[in-house]
Design a protein around this ligand. Structure first.
Ligand SMILES: Cc1cc2nc3c(=O)[nH]c(=O)nc-3n(C[C@H](O)[C@H](O)[C@H](O)COP(=O)(O)OP(=O)(O)OC[C@H]3O[C@@H](n4cnc5c(N)ncnc54)[C@H](O)[C@@H]3O)c2cc1C
Length: 411
């Protein structure tokens, strides 16, 4: 990362999360562009930011982040910036006082039903779908065989409805079965939460991986810098001005914006809705707190789940204490300092988004990228793939422009 002495940049990236970091790295390394990355937070990494706490346990400040992908290109790309520590995620759910594997598998059935009934359910499942099958819960709910229908109903009611209701802040009756339609029931003892071929954690953490991406002589990073300090958009004239040392000058380079798209327009057509979370970190004075990384609490308590970070570390930390985080879902309230985590999709929200996106697109210098600017939920691998695709499109446009004799503007 360069120190802040440069007068001009080819691109300014707003946001040092996955989307911004991938774009900045690509533009610097593939196009030889000078890139300024700013973030309003005091750290890089966006929501994937992690750090060691006082006990030497690596915690994820914005909730547990488990990397998994079936995209080899994403895996290869990230592997340039980190070594990996193998890790397969396992989740238990607290149901009627038992901790049972999620997704529901044969062990879960045995823990939730009396022995003889559990064996009959297991035999019926194997006979109908075969061993190793992964059956979407909605399909299971359509089964005429009463035992399978009972099992499907049990899982739906006990493991999903209340969890989903808490997460989205809607009454259990209002949850559409379609929401959990694709949640599988596993006809085996496989208790992995994800089945992707690549599952791992960056060996030195996500923050170190992003630092390696941004560690390029042509990239400068400025933290604790909101966009309004650096840029002004004039939508009428379709121009972007750069602010520096009390002066304003026209900026003609590219702007990659990874913040909330409605904020570009001061939400003049209304704010986009988000669901937020309150994270409550607790230090427990004992080496281990729970038997799996994450335990879901669908039916009791205001929190949805507890994650214990120690499970994510190899080698095991020496600390005698452990750190857990409780997640309390809530409506996103910017005035309360909440973070916007999950888009809440409504028809009205979609219209608003389409309107903002069309206005942003009209400014050809500006590229809206990532979960907040595209108002989409992206897993980390999707966010990387999305940014790589955006870069490929940008590169193709730049190359065809320069082949046509046009010069590429500098800011
Ligand atoms: C609770 C939770 C758990 C998750 N767990 C997983 C998981 O286990 N596995 C997985 O694959 N994915 C997970 N994800 C998804 C993952 O967090 C996203 O894929 C990723 O954060 C997307 O990166 P991004 O760069 O698009 O956005 P962000 O990470 O949000 O980065 C955007 C950055 O832009 C900055 N910014 C915004 N506006 C401005 C402005 N005006 N001025 C300056 N800076 C600005 C922000 O401060 C932020 O740093 C999880 C998400 C949540 C909410």
């Amino acid at each position: 990362m360069r120190s802040s002495d440069a007068a001009s940049y080819d691109a300014i990236v707003i946001g040092a999360g996955i989307s911004g970091a991938v774009m900045a790295e690509r533009m610097a390394s593939q196009l030889n562009w000078r890139v300024l990355v700013i973030d309003q937070r005091s750290h890089i990494g966006g929501n994937c930011f992690d750090e060691l706490d006082a006990d030497g346990i690596r915690i994820h400040r914005y909730g547990p982040h488990l990397f998994h992908t079936d995209r080899e290109d994403v895996w290869q790309y990230l592997s340039h910036f980190t070594r990996w520590q193998p890790y397969e995620h396992r989740v238990l759910s607290s149901i009627d006082g038992e901790l049972v594997p999620i997704p529901f598998n044969l062990t879960s059935i045995e823990r939730c039903f009396p022995e003889e009934k559990a064996q009959r359910m297991i035999s019926a499942l194997i006979a109908r779908f075969g061993e190793e099958a992964r059956v979407p819960i909605l399909e299971l709910r359509k089964e005429a065989e009463p035992l399978l229908a009972e099992l499907a109903d049990f899982i739906y009611q006990k493991a999903f409805v209340n969890y989903t209701s808490k997460q989205w802040g809607v009454a259990p009756e209002a949850i559409s079965p379609a929401v959990t339609a694709r949640v599988p029931v596993v006809v085996s003892r496989d208790d992995r939460y994800f089945t992707d071929p690549w599952q791992a954690l960056p060996a030195d953490g996500y923050t170190a991986m992003f630092a390696a991406m941004l560690n390029h002589p042509a990239i400068e990073v400025r933290l604790s810098t909101p966009m309004s300090e650096m840029l002004r958009f004039d939508w009428e004239s379709q121009r972007i001005y750069r602010r520096e040392g009390g002066e304003e000058s026209l900026f003609t380079g590219k702007v990659i914006y990874t913040g909330m798209i409605d904020q570009l327009f001061a939400a003049d057509r209304g704010a986009l809705r988000y669901r937020s979370l309150r994270f409550s970190f607790e230090r427990k004075d004992q080496p281990w707190w729970q038997p799996a990384t994450t335990v879901n609490y669908p039916n009791d308590h205001d929190y949805t789940r507890i994650t214990e970070f120690r499970h994510l570390m190899q080698p095991e930390p020496a600390a005698a204490a452990t750190t857990v985080v409780y997640e309390f879902p809530k409506e996103f309230d910017p005035a309360a300092g909440d973070e916007p985590y999950y888009p809440v999709f409504t028809e009205e929200g979609q219209h608003r988004f389409d309107d903002y996106a069309a206005r942003a697109k009209a400014m050809s210098q500006l590229h809206c990228l990532g979960r907040l600017a595209q108002y989409k939920y992206f897993d980390m691998d999707d966010a990387v793939a999305n940014a790589l695709e955006a870069f490929t499109a940008l590169e193709a446009a730049i190359r065809s422009k320069s082949a046509g004799g046009e010069s590429v503007p500098h800011g």
